[in-house]
Design a protein around this ligand. Structure first.
Ligand SMILES: [Zn+2]
Length: 191
């Protein structure tokens, strides 16, 4: 049975590496795989997905508000067997609901990869929606500088949010982020 699966974690936890492992396995199994990447704005859309281990593959951009189903993910009704969405934290609630329809009306397996929360600990719209409706979920973790399991993302040029509902977007300089355990993250927050 097709399912909606959400793989989430902190920055650098290995989401893209996990994505490419699954993509390779699925294509070797002769599955028709389509790779997409969600983007908060059209101007920052990246045409590819890459990992720190050196893998890279072209991806179709998904813009905020774009209709995924019926629409971008199944053009002319020709659905892939498997849909993979990277940077899924940038999906909207409406787009996540469309993914649920794609899975359970068309029998397409969908795997989404994204951040759990931003550096301030605020949920992303796409991640929160996926956690509410995904059939299965998997958390990937990192190792904190103190040796504990790291599940949170911090920023080396950290600035406290100006309000509780501020959601920090991810910039393109991934070297400025680090994964931390909750204890170290609270210290970074100055709480
Ligand atoms: Zn720590």
């Amino acid at each position: 049975m097709a399912t909606l699966h959400f793989v989430y974690g902190a920055m650098g936890a290995g989401k893209s590496h996990s994505l490419f492992c699954f993509f390779d396995q699925a294509t070797r199994a002769s599955q028709k795989c389509a790779l997409f990447v969600a983007s908060p704005t059209a101007s920052t859309t990246s045409p590819s997905v890459s990992s720190r281990t050196g893998f890279s593959n072209p991806a179709h951009p998904l813009e905020t508000g774009e209709v995924l189903y019926p629409g971008a993910l199944c053009p002319t009704g020709d659905c892939p067997n498997i849909v993979i969405v990277d940077e899924a934290q940038f999906l909207t609630r409406a787009q996540v609901r469309q993914l649920v329809q794609l899975v359970h009306k068309e029998g397409v397996t969908v795997r989404c990869y994204g951040l759990r929360a931003d550096v301030f600990g605020n949920s992303f719209e796409g991640s929160a929606a996926l956690m509410a409706v995904a059939d299965t979920m998997q958390e990937l973790t990192h190792v904190c500088g103190c040796g504990a399991i790291a599940t949170r993302t911090s920023n080396t040029h950290f600035q406290r949010p100006t309000s509780d509902d501020t959601t920090a977007l991810v910039d393109t300089d991934s070297t400025s982020y680090r994964a931390e355990c909750s204890r170290c993250w609270i210290a970074s927050m100055g709480l």
